[in-house]
Design a protein around this ligand. Structure first.
Ligand code: PEP
Length: 253
C-alpha cells in the first residue's frame, strides 16, 4: 500500500539547541496526537544537528533524514558527508537533488545519480526532488524538464532499487515564494510522473510510489493539495520550522 509522508526540510536554519527543541516539541505533539494511519513523518535538520536530534526522537514516530550526502563513498573530499557517516547517526533517508543544490551548487544529473546509488547501497531511502523553474512552466515544458530529471538520475535503477525511492515534485517557482501550485497543477504533474514510472517499472511499482508535493505548502493549503489522488504528502520547507504548524500539516489527510 502506498505510504503517505510529510517531510520537513529545515534547510540552513536553527542552531543545534533550537533544532533539538524543535524536534522534541514535534515528538511531544505526535505523542498527544499521532500521525494518521499510514502517514510517515520525517525531518531533515542540518548535518551538525543530526546526532543530537537523533537522541530526542523516536524513530517509530519520526524518521531522521539529511538534506544531502556526498557523491563519493569516502576519502579525500574535504567538507563532504558520506552516506556511511549519516548511517552512523541513525539517518534513514536523504534528500537528493533539491533545487537549491541544483541551482547554487551546480549538481548535475550524473552527480545526483551517484548520490542516489550510494544512498540505496547504504540501505537508506532517497527523497529525490524534481521540478521546473518559472520560465519552463511559462513555456509549457514542465513535463519535459521533470521527465529528463527522472530519466537521467533515477531510471538506471533496477526495479528493486527504484522501489526504495520517494519522489518530491517541487516547482521551483513555488519554493519559499508563498506562491503555491494549485491542487490541479500538482495533481496533473504527479499523475504524469506516475505514468512515466509505470512505463519504465510497471503499474505496481508506480502505484506504490510515494510522490510528495513541495513549494509553499502550509496547514492552510495542505488539505486541498493532499486530497488529490496522486499527491501522497508534502516536502515542507518554511512551515517545518514551527512544530505546531508542521504537526497540523501532518494531520492534513
Ligand atoms: C523546500 O525547500 O523543499 C520547500 C518546499 O520550501 P518551502 O515549503 O519553504 O516552499
Amino acid at each position: 500500500m502506498r505510504k503517505r509522508i510529510v517531510a520537513g526540510n529545515w534547510k540552513m536554519n536553527t542552531d543545534v539547541a533550537t533544532g533539538v527543541k524543535l524536534a522534541s516539541d514535534l515528538m511531544q505533539l505526535l505523542k498527544v496526537q499521532p500521525a494518521p494511519e499510514n502517514v510517515g513523518v520525517a525531518i531533515a535538520p542540518p548535518f551538525t544537528h543530526l546526532s543530537e536530534v537523533s537522541k530526542v526522537i523516536d524513530p517509530s514516530k519520526i524518521c531522521l533524514a539529511s538534506q544531502n550526502c556526498a557523491s563519493e563513498a569516502k576519502g579525500a573530499y574535504t567538507g563532504e558527508v558520506s552516506v556511511e557517516m549519516l548511517k552512523s547517526v541513525d539517518v534513514m533517508a536523504v534528500i537528493i537533488g533539491h533545487s537549491e543544490r541544483r541551482a547554487y551548487y551546480k549538481e548535475d544529473y550524473a552527480t545526483l545519480a551517484k548520490k542516489v546509488d550510494l544512498t540505496i547501497q547504504g540501505g537508506l531511502r532517497p527523497i529525490f526532488c524534481c521540478g521546473e523553474v518559472l520560465e519552463e512552466r511559462n513555456a509549457g515544458i514542465q513535463n519535459k524538464i521533470v521527465e529528463a530529471q527522472l530519466k537521467e538520475s533515477l531510471f538506471h535503477l533496477s526495479n528493486e532499487d527504484f522501489s526504495k525511492v520517494i519522489i518530491a515534485y517541487e516547482p521551483v517557482w513555488a519554493i519559499g515564494t508563498g506562491v503555491v501550485a494549485s491542487p490541479e497543477q500538482a495533481q496533473e504533474i504527479h499523475k504524469f510522473i506516475r505514468s512515466l514510472v509505470a512505463a519504465r517499472y510497471g503499474a505496481q511499482i508506480a502505484d506504490d510510489l510515494t510522490i510528495l508535493y513541495g513549494g509553499s505548502c502550509k496547514s492552510s493549503n495542505a488539505v486541498e493539495i493532499f486530497s488529490k489522488p496522486d499527491v501522497d504528502g508534502g516536502l515542507i520547507g518554511g512551515a517545518a520550522l514551527d512544530a505546531a504548524e508542521f504537526h497540523k500539516i501532518v494531520q492534513s489527510f
